[in-house]
Design a protein. Structure first.
Length: 577
C-alpha cells in the first residue's frame, strides 16, 4: 500500500532537516468515509456519570444536563452502557426488559429528552445491546422455568440434562467469566431436581439459545424499537458469544476463550461460531433501512486481530473494539506492532480500525500505566493488596498514550472521566463492592468497581458534584477534589484541556480519516513517530529525553517550551498547512 502524493507533500519542506527521513507507509484512508469511520465516541456508564435525582446513582436526566460538556470536548457520539430495566446484579448487563428504562435511571421520556438534546448538540447516540444473555427475572426466562422439559419456552435458552447417574453434574466443564461453573441446576415445576441452564457470566444471566429463530426475531424487534427512538446504532456486548458449538463440547482453555498453550482461541466452542455471521448480516440489513449513518460496534474479544476482523466484513458489523491495542504495554515496539497489525487486519476487509485505552471493564489507563514495569496488567481491578500504581507516572503516561491514540487514523473510543486523568479507586472496602466477580470468587478477584467510581464535576461540592445529596453508590477517593472538571477547566495544562486541544486539532485536521506512515529516522530507542496529514506524532516511551524536530508544536503532553521530548511524553508537530 502506498501513500498518495498529496499525503506525502507536507513533508517535502523538511528536506533540510536531517532528523526527518523517508516515510514507511502503513495505512491510507478510504475516500468514502462515513462519520463512524473516524469518529470520537464517548462512553457513558450511566450509574457513575451524573446523578440528578439525589439517590447516589447516575441517571438519564443527569446525562442530559451535562451532555454539552461532551459536545464541547469534541466527541461525535455517545455510547450509553445499559439503562434498561434490570435487577442490577451486573451493573445493568442483566436485562429484564429490553424496551424500557429502569426506574433507577428514569423513564422512556427521559431517554427521548436525552436523544433530543443530543441531536441539538450534533451528537449521535449509541445504545448498548446485550444479546448473549438476559436477567433471570426476564419474563422469557421465568416462562422457561415454569414450563416443562422440552417446552418451546425453555428452548429460548440453553437447558441441558446433567451428567452423572442422577444428572447431578453440569452438562460440561465450562467456567463462568465471573468464576465458578457456567451452569446452574433448576428445580422443576413439580419440585424435583431438574435440568441445568448455561450462563457464561453470573447465574442471574442465562444465555439465550440463538439456534432458535424466535430469539433472533425478538432481538430484531428490540433493534427497531431503539432505532425508531433515534438511536444511531448499537454497541454489541460479547458479540462473539451468541452462538455455541453443536454438542457443547468440553473446553480445557481459558473461560474467556483467549488463547493458551494447547488451546488456541479459535477452537473455543462458546465463541466465534460461523453462524454468527448470519445474525449480523440480518442486523446490518435492518440498520441500512434506517440510513447509511447507523452503526454496529462489536465487543468481540477474540484473537488474533485478523480473526477479529472477520466480524467487520462489509455485510456484517461496522466496527470491532481493538482489545490488543488496549492491552499493549507502554513500549514502542509493542505499540508499533499492534498498530501495524491492526491496519493490516482491518484494511483487508475495508473496515475502520478502532482505538481504545479504557472502558468500564478494565483498569483505567491512568492507573494501568503507573504499575511497576510498563503496565502490562490490564486486569479486572486493583485492590489494596495489589501493587499500587504510581499515580503521577500513570497520569503522565496516560496523557502521552492518549495523544498517540488520537493521532491515529480510525475511530477512537473514550471512557468517561479519562479526559480528567481519573485513576481507579484501589481502596474500596469489601462491604462496599458491587461487582459479582468479587462475590462469586469470595474476594479472590477484586472485580471492576475501581474503574466505575462516580466521576467528579465540582471541587468542594457534595460527592464532588456527582450528586447534590452527597450520595455516591461507590466511594470516591479524596483525589477527586483536585481532578474535578471545574478545577481542570481553569488550568491550561490540565488533563481536560489537553484532551480539548487534541480533539480540536484532530477534527480540524481530519486526522481520524487520514493516513499513517512511520518516520524511520525518528523511530528507535523507545521513540515512535508517524505522519498523519499535516501532523507529525511523536511518542517517547523510552527512558531518556530526545530532541524534537524544528517544527511548530500543535499539542504536547508534557512540558511546554522544552526543545526535548521527555520520557513518557508525546507531541504533535505541524508539518505544513
Amino acid at each position: 500500500m502506498a501513500l498518495s502524493t498529496a499525503a506525502l507533500a507536507p513533508l517535502s519542506g523538511l528536506a533540510e532537516n536531517p532528523i526527518v527521513g523517508p516515510l514507511v507507509p502503513v495505512h491510507e484512508a478510504s475516500s468514502s468515509d462515513d462519520w463512524w469511520r473516524s469518529a470520537v465516541i464517548y462512553q457513558i456508564y450511566p450509574r457513575s456519570f451524573r446523578d440528578a435525582s439525589g439517590d447516589g446513582v447516575g441517571d438519564l436526566a443527569g446525562i442530559t444536563a451535562e451532555l454539552h460538556h461532551i459536545a464541547d470536548l469534541g466527541a461525535d457520539a455517545v455510547w450509553l452502557s445499559p439503562f434498561y430495566v434490570s435487577p442490577q446484579r451486573d451493573g445493568g448487563y442483566d436485562v429484564a426488559d429490553y424496551r424500557d428504562v429502569d426506574p433507577l435511571f428514569g423513564t422512556l421520556a427521559d431517554f427521548d429528552a436525552l436523544a433530543a438534546r443530543a441531536r441539538e448538540l450534533g451528537l449521535h447516540i449509541i445504545v448498548d445491546l446485550v444479546p448473549n444473555h438476559c436477567s433471570s427475572e426476564h419474563t422469557m426466562f421465568r416462562a422457561a422455568l415454569a414450563s416443562g422439559h422440552g417446552s418451546p419456552a425453555r428452548d429460548h435458552f440453553i437447558f441441558r440434562d446433567g451428567r452423572g447417574e442422577h444428572g447431578e453434574l453440569p452438562p460440561n466443564n465450562w467456567e463462568s467469566h465471573f468464576g465458578g461453573p457456567a451452569w446452574t441446576r433448576i428445580t422443576e415445576p413439580d419440585g424435583t431436581a431438574g435440568q441445568w441452564y448455561l450462563h457464561l457470566f453470573d447465574s442471574s444471566q442465562p444465555d439465550f439459545n440463538w439456534d432458535n429463530p424466535a430469539v433472533g426475531d425478538e432481538f430484531e424487534r428490540v433493534l427497531r424499537f431503539w432505532l425508531d427512538r433515534g438511536a444511531a446504532g448499537f454497541r454489541v456486548d460479547v458479540a462473539h458469544a451468541l452462538v455455541k458449538a453443536a454438542g457443547l463440547p468440553d473446553w480445557g482453555g481459558k473461560a474467556d476463550g483467549g488463547s493458551s498453550p494447547g488451546f488456541p482461541g479459535h477452537l473455543a466452542p462458546m465463541f466465534g461460531q460461523p453462524a454468527l455471521r448470519d445474525v449480523y448480516r440480518r442486523w446490518r440489513a435492518i440498520l441500512a433501512e434506517y440510513g447509511p449513518d447507523r452503526v454496529l460496534c462489536a465487543e468481540a474479544n477474540v484473537d488474533p486481530l485478523d480473526r477479529m476482523a472477520q466480524w467487520v466484513a462489509p455485510d456484517q458489523l461496522h466496527q470491532a473494539f481493538n482489545f490488543p491495542f488496549l492491552g499493549a504495554p507502554f513500549e514502542a515496539e509493542a505499540l508499533r506492532a499492534v498498530v501495524n497489525a491492526s491496519f493490516e487486519a482491518f484494511d483487508a476487509v475495508g473496515a475502520p480500525t478502532t482505538w481504545v485505552l479504557s472502558n468500564h471493564d478494565v483498569v483505567r489507563h491512568a492507573s494501568r500505566l503507573g504499575l511497576p514495569g510498563v503496565g502490562l496488567n490490564v486486569g479486572e481491578g486493583l485492590g489494596p493488596e495489589d501493587p499500587q500504581p504510581d499515580v503521577a507516572l500513570g497520569r503522565t503516561r496516560a496523557r502521552a498514550a492518549t495523544l498517540f491514540m488520537l493521532g491515529l487514523p480510525g475511530s477512537a473510543y473514550l471512557y468517561q472521566g479519562e479526559e480528567l486523568g481519573l485513576v481507579d479507586n484501589t481502596f474500596i472496602a469489601p462491604h462496599e463492592r458491587q461487582d459479582p466477580t468479587f462475590h462469586r470468587t469470595g474476594g479472590e478477584r477484586v472485580g471492576r468497581d475501581g474503574c466505575r467510581v462516580p466521576i467528579p464535576w465540582r471541587s468542594g461540592a457534595p460527592a464532588h458534584g456527582f450528586s447534590e445529596s452527597g450520595a455516591s453508590w461507590l466511594p470516591q477517593p479524596e483525589l477527586w477534589a483536585e481532578l474535578a472538571r471545574d478545577a481542570q477547566a481553569l488550568a491550561s495544562e490540565s488533563h481536560l484541556n489537553l484532551y480539548r486541544r487534541a480533539l480540536s486539532h484532530r477534527r480540524e485536521r481530519v486526522l481520524g480519516a487520514g493516513s499513517l506512515a512511520w518516520v524511520p529516522d525518528l523511530c528507535g530507542d523507545g521513540v515512535l513517530a508517524f505522519a498523519n496529514g499535516t501532523i507529525l506524532v511523536m511518542l517517547n516511551a523510552g527512558e531518556s529525553a530526545v530532541p524534537l524536530p524544528l517544527l511548530e508544536v500543535a499539542v504536547r503532553s508534557g512540558e511546554t517550551g522544552s526543545a526535548d521530548l521527555g520520557p513518557g511524553e508525546a507531541a504533535w508537530l505541524i508539518l505544513g498547512e
